[in-house]
Ligand binder design. Structure first.
Ligand code: NG6
Ligand code: CA
Length: 487
């Protein structure tokens, strides 16, 4: 164990797929910075989020609990209250207790405020209430109102004479304010489904807002804004151990790259914003190099859920995708129960302590809490991070053995069990394809069992060949979900 506690930087992409980046076999989108991180680190081929959507995956990353333990851990509107219990230990609070400076920059989407938030006053229930010393966030997603940054407890750049109002209730929409539905002539990017409410920066969003003109973000600048804040946090804490959770907004919709990245790929805005995100990764890696911190810093890069092409705006993602396969060889994508929803780029670099190369150990973001707590000597209370397992040896590549099993979920907490070589998806009736995004749901009237060691693309359902495996895994999944857990 090195004398100095390692810094920890988790960089978290939004909707980036297993096959989108160069080091995972993608060729259509140049990602030199992510590739350089992988070349100097460990690249996992069985690295998982817990869910195929944002909020539940982030919930697991920061709490070490499975999302299905908290029914609120589902895609949240922008006015939803904080869903993490402020009395429980979290990854950031444990690290803070272990002597770390803790910060979050970027996308939050775990609720903020109390459900009836007055955005014009200091906000209660921000990341600062669950263990972060510093936060500079967008509260929900880049397609949801309010389209403002929040720094610690305050909306950034707000003019008190022009207060912000927010509602997600269609009946309370602000009369006279333009919407995507009524004023398509004001849009620079049209919506394809949903996203027909308030217009901010020429883009209609989910939800309604009014006022706060001086505080509204400009989507094209968001990558630069977050990168500057993330680098600033690292610079300010270069002399003490720090934990930074840097959550990108790319390549989530609306995809609006800075003009200098427009045309960086042949794939349209989706490809271009991935190049922009890769540049942001580079800003962080360069800062660590410049400050002499690279050897002592654990850098993780992964994504919250798998890819989607049309997620609600007409940005050409589906039309321009060509031969590019965002999920690589995996089936499904965002929202899906198939592996494309949750198996993601997952890279860890730690020159002082981790091996380099490739690992097929089963690892999950769910285990960061227990693993980093154990590594840093943080004391873990009984009720903390109940599903998180200390897999630091697998994460550092000193062991080939990671988890034996992992529960993941498609949208709306439709769970499945990944166990050894198997993925077991208990029957849940429903449409095979999402009517809006076109992604495969993984829903079926029949049980599904896939042998991932022979069939990574989940093409051959072998449930009827292995009834005993199906029975065992069904019972195991039920037992896991039924049992109240403590550490
Ligand atoms: C969906 C949105 C989608 C995206 C998603 C959340 C519609 C029709 N679709 O409800 O555009 O915002 O929520 O994505 O509104 S996530 O990555 O934050 O989970
Ligand atoms: Ca996401």
């Amino acid at each position: 164990m090195p004398a100095r506690k390692p810094n920890i930087v988790i960089m978290y992409a939004d909707d980036l797929g297993f096959g989108d980046v160069g080091c995972y076999g993608g060729t259509a989108i140049p990602t030199p910075n992510i590739d350089r991180l992988a070349a100097a680190g460990l690249r996992f081929t069985n690295g998982y989020a817990t869910a195929a959507t944002c909020t539940p995956s982030r919930y697991s990353l920061l709490t070490g609990d499975y999302p299905w333990r908290n029914p609120q851990a589902a895609i949240l509107p922008g006015d939803a209250p904080l869903i993490i219990d402020t009395k429980r230990a979290t990854l950031p609070s444990l690290l803070r207790n272990a002597g770390y400076a803790t910060g979050v920059v970027g996308k939050w989407h775990l609720g903020i405020g109390d459900g009836d938030t007055d955005w014009n006053k200091p906000i209660r229930n921000t990341p600062n209430d669950i263990g972060f010393d510093y936060s500079y966030i967008m509260g929900a997603t880049n397609d949801r109102v309010p389209c403002v940054y929040v720094e610690n407890r305050d909306v950034v750049g707000l003019d008190p004479a022009d207060p912000i109002e927010v509602t997600y209730d269609h009946d309370k929409a602000f009369p006279g304010e333009p919407t995507g539905r009524d004023n398509p002539e004001l849009l620079k990017m049209r919506y394809s489904h949903g996203h027909d409410c308030s217009i901010v920066n020429g883009v209609s969003r989910i939800g309604y807002m009014r006022g706060g003109k001086s505080a509204l973000w400009i989507d094209e600048e968001m990558g630069d804004v977050f990168a500057a804040k993330a680098v600033e946090f690292v610079e300010q804490h270069a002399d003490e151990p720090f934990f930074l959770y840097y959550a990108f907004h790319q390549p989530h919709v609306p995809r609006l790259p800075h003009p200098r990245f427009v045309g960086a790929t042949q794939l349209g805005p989706r490809g271009d914003v991935i190049v922009e995100m890769d540049w942001c990764v580079g800003q962080m890696l360069n800062a660590l190099d410049r400050l002499g911190l690279t050897d002592d810093t654990i850098v993780v890069f992964t994504s919250d859920n798998g890819p989607v092409l049309d997620d609600g705006y007409e940005d050409g993602a589906a039309e321009l995708v060509g031969d590019h396969t965002p999920a690589g060889p995996l089936r499904g994508g965002k929202y899906s129960r198939y592996d494309g929803g949750t198996r993601l780029p997952f890279i860890l670099r730690y020159p002082r302590g981790a091996r380099t190369g490739e690992s097929d150990a089963l690892v999950s973001q769910l285990d960061f809490t227990a693993s980093f707590a154990a590594l840093t000597g943080a004391a873990m209370p009984d009720n903390a991070a109940v599903d998180s397992v200390n897999t630091i040896d697998a994460l550092f590549g000193t062991s080939k053995t990671g988890r034996e099993e992992l529960v993941t979920e498609g949208t709306q907490a439709r769970t499945l069990l990944r166990s050894g070589r198997w993925a077991f998806l208990p029957a849940i009736d429903g449409p095979r394809y999402s009517g809006t995004t076109g992604n495969e749901t993984g829903l079926s009237h029949w049980d599904q069992l896939y042998d991932l060691s022979a069939d990574v693309g989940q093409r051959r359902n072998v449930a009827s060949d292995h009834p005993e495996v199906v029975a065992t895994l069904r019972a195991r999944l039920q037992a896991l979900q039924r049992a109240p857990r403590t550490r």
